[in-house]
Write a protein that binds this ligand. Structure first.
Ligand code: GDG
Length: 446
């Protein structure tokens, strides 16, 4: 089988086996197990060093480049995080456009192309990941690359009229013409992107390939994690109360303020639940160098303090809040112990936490998933209790329904979602994308 070349902004550490952290890596793990692979991307470090660091474990090679601090500021903090991320999540009001950042972003994409090119073999299949690298394929083609190139967008794509707010949006869309197949999470994203491309006369095929997880492996790992000492200690600390659980990168797309306000509304409107539930929200700090993220952290610290101040008893803290990451081996255990998962992003490409919660639950006594209509996962998870994440009252009502839901209904809803997750198979997502890419016409290279 031809070698697979994966290109993404960040590359996770090389390991021959064992679980890897992070949605993209977890999702790709199965795809690359039996296949020779080169993974190219940013090391996560800044330095003046130009040459990639190349290392190999088994049949996997990774090539990592450092960014200069100026490249990092313009490309990553600036154009990717301050502009593209909010724009693609329908939040143009939060976006800040600077011409210099757009140029810096293009320069880094050109550099990726230049440094990847000498590492390529003629029969490689190239798979580029996410919005950071929108123009990479176009630069590779400019340099003469004739390999098959696929691109996967992990985040939403907004309606063309929203995307058009981006200066030089047309040039960006035309760059996507260098790609042989684009994958998106949902049919809406595919439709928006196809419409935008069509308006620019670009004919790149766009297909829907929802990211999945290895449900059976996750279920096994969660069952093991639940027996670990730290999970047991945590479960005991709940004192028999129901656990509501949320875990998200601290990001304004995840709807965290509305979520904790929804919980506060539950305690206010349904006082019978006071002292009977505990809500643990973990929100590991993400993109801490970006102003909007710092503001969100301050807002959350204040909100959590206020809600606890208002409802706490001397022997009950209603809302447990941590901004530290939970170790991967423990997280599955917490997801299994949880009675309710609160997954309420304002907008999310897919949201893997929703799927991980369902996979982690014990089949004999499963918990309830409360899920935003605006997560890509909402298209698949028919058993979830769906909410509009903008409305704290609706979140409170969903929590009350979930707390009171009878076992038979919980089982029925969970079964629906678990079976669907498991049916996709351990590597359904990457396998179906790569199979389709393999079938795709070489539209760009003839
Ligand atoms: C992007 C898109 C799309 C979270 N906190 C901790 C932790 N996590 C893990 C989760 C999950 C992953 O990180 C997060 O994935 P999500 O899908 O929920 O969200 P994004 O990071 O925004 O991912 C998203 C995804 O790409 C894949 O295509 O679904 O829409 O935005 O695996 O469990 N893991 C550990 N500790 C934490 O505190 N160990």
């Amino acid at each position: 089988m031809a070698r697979l070349v994966i290109v993404s902004n960040r590359v996770s550490p090389l390991r021959e086996s064992g679980p890897m952290a992070g949605g993209l890596t977890v999702a790709l793990q199965e795809a690359v197990k039996r296949r020779e692979m080169l993974w190219f991307g940013w090391s996560g470090e800044t330095s003046e060093r130009r040459e990639p660091r190349i290392s190999t474990v088994g049949n996997r090679t990774q090539a990592l480049i450092d960014l200069t601090s100026q490249e990092h500021r313009l490309y990553y903090t600036g154009f990717c995080n301050n502009l593209l991320w909010p724009l693609l999540h329908y939040r143009f009001g939060l976006a800040q456009f600077r011409r210099a950042e757009e140029e810096g972003w293009r320069a880094v994409n050109r550099r990726f192309a230049e440094q990847l090119l000498p590492l390529l073999r003629e029969d490689d299949t190239i798979w580029i990941h996410d919005f950071h690298l929108f123009p990479l394929a176009a630069y590779l083609r400019e340099l003469g690359a004739r390999q098959r190139i696929g691109f996967y967008l992990h985040v939403p794509f907004p309606p063309p009229a929203v995307f058009a707010a981006l200066p030089r949006a047309a040039a960006l869309l035309r760059d996507l013409g260098a790609i042989d197949l684009i994958g998106t999470q949902t049919a809406d994203d595919a439709e928006h992107l196809s419409d935008a491309l069509r308006q620019e006369g670009v004919n790149t095929p766009v297909g829907v390939f929802p990211v999945g997880i290895n449900a059976e492996a996750f279920a096994r790992a969660a069952a093991t994690a639940a027996l670990r000492k730290d999970t047991q200690r945590f479960a005991e600390s709940l004192g028999g109360r129901k656990l509501i659980f949320g875990v998200d990168r601290m990001d304004y797309s995840k709807g965290l303020p509305q979520r904790v306000l929804g919980y506060a509304d539950l305690l206010k409107r349904y006082p019978q639940h006071r002292g009977k539930v505990t809500f643990l929200q973990a929100a590991p700090i993400s993109r801490g160098e970006v102003t909007q993220y710092r503001l969100l952290r301050r807002e959350m610290d204040e909100l959590v303090g206020r809600i606890n101040g208002e409802y706490a008893e001397v022997d009950w803290v209603p809302l447990r809040w941590t901004t530290r990451p939970i170790p991967r081996r423990t997280l599955g255990g917490y997801l299994r112990v949880a009675d309710i998962a609160l997954v309420t992003p304002l907008r999310d490409g897919m949201n893997l936490v929703a799927k991980e919660f369902v996979a982690a639950q014990p089949p004999e006594d499963p918990g309830v998933l409360i899920l935003s209509h605006f997560a890509g996962a909402a298209r698949e998870m028919e058993g979830a209790v769906k909410v509009n994440p903008n409305d704290p009252d609706e979140i409170a009502e969903a929590l009350d329904i979930a707390i009171n839901m009878p076992l038979a209904e919980r089982r029925e809803r969970w079964r629906l979602d678990y079976d669907r997750l498991a049916a996709a198979g351990p590597s359904g997502w990457s396998r179906s994308f790569l199979a389709e890419l393999n079938r795709a016409e070489f539209s760009t290279t003839g």
